[in-house]
Design a protein around this ligand. Structure first.
Ligand SMILES: [Fe+2]
Length: 318
């Protein structure tokens, strides 16, 4: 049971079929995989890492220490369930960028993160088409499914997980599945901590220099009618070393209508009692905001309840 590592460059050669099969297996059985030779230059990733770590030390570290010190967590004896040991900020790229308004970033860092986002957006769309190919969906299906009226929502959560005095009692990030579409993570190559739940066991996502870790969110589970599943993951804080994690979320547009691809719903009988609901993405996100750290199934059920209400009468469109 090896964590799936995929060399994307091999798609261009005679190992294309076996590489596609590896991606398929990873999507069906792991919900996660790690990409090497993904086309984003190693030197560029080094720049992103250097600037992100520099920004953390300069603008975030002290603030985090003071905030946590104020909570008196040094001597906790029982598990803390309402807090993550992480220092974060968010950048939004699509439908429009907020990078110019995010405080404390210098011009060079803004420029680099903008460029990074453009490269990741391209990679995300390439990956969606590889998934389409493996699923037997027409090229562009997933991109279109995410598009809504204004294109996808794309953003980046920049996190650092500082050393934690009680990693057994305070998680870096509590277990959850991701709500969105496809997630691209550039993580620290030295300080580990990310784990996924597979067959009831927590498995480390191995740190690997210049790799991009991919995982699938709840929306891909719905659209694939459960062929692919979003998988629970968490971050275990470490007692030494600060872990950098830059996670970019390629998600549906807020008004995109999400539902199982008809081609993946096999029988008419299955059509009648679909496991997965049909909903507008932003309604799902409203629900997720309060239930992130709970199981996904009740979220799907709640969306089904909304769906049956919506279908009762004509919908006002004015
Ligand atoms: Fe996540």
């Amino acid at each position: 049971m090896e964590f799936p590592v995929i060399n994307l460059e091999k798609l261009n050669g005679e190992e294309r079929a076996s590489t596609m099969a590896k991606i398929k297996d990873a999507c069906e059985n792991w919900g996660f995989f790690e990409l090497l030779d993904h086309g984003i230059e190693p030197e560029f990733l080094d720049t992103v890492e250097r600037m992100t770590k520099g920004h953390y030390r300069k603008c975030m570290e002290q603030r985090f220490k003071e905030m946590m010190a104020g909570k008196g967590l040094e001597n906790v004896q029982t598990e803390i369930k309402d807090l993550d040991w992480e220092s974060t900020f968010y950048l939004r790229h699509l439908p429009e960028s907020n990078i110019a308004q995010v405080p404390d970033l210098d011009d060079e860092y803004r420029k680099v993160m903008k460029e990074f986002a453009a490269k990741l957006e391209k990679l995300a769309e390439e990956l969606l088409d590889l998934l389409c190919e493996n699923l037997g969906l027409e090229k562009g299906y997933l991109k279109k499914a995410f598009y809504g009226s204004r294109g996808p929502t794309f953003g980046t959560k920049v996190s650092n997980y500082p050393p934690c005095p009680k990693p057994d009692l305070i998680k870096g990030l509590r277990a959850h599945t991701d709500a969105g579409g496809i997630i691209l993570l550039f993580q620290d190559d030295k300080v580990s901590g990310l784990q996924l739940l597979k067959d009831g066991q927590w498995i480390d996502v191995p740190p690997m220099r210049h790799s991009i870790v991919i995982n699938l969110g709840d929306q891909l589970e719905v659209i694939t009618n459960g062929k692919y599943k979003s998988v629970e993951h968490r971050v275990v804080a470490q007692t030494d070393g600060t872990r950098m994690s830059i996670a970019s979320f390629y998600n549906p547009g807020s008004d995109a209508l999400i539902y199982p691809a008809p081609a993946l719903v096999e029988k008419a009988a299955e059509q009648k009692k679909l496991v997965y609901p049909k909903f507008v993405f932003e309604d799902y996100m409203k629900l997720y905001a309060g239930l992130k750290f709970q199981a996904k199934e009740p979220r799907f059920e709640a969306m089904k309840a909304v769906e049956s209400n919506v279908n009762l009468g004509p919908i006002a469109t004015a």
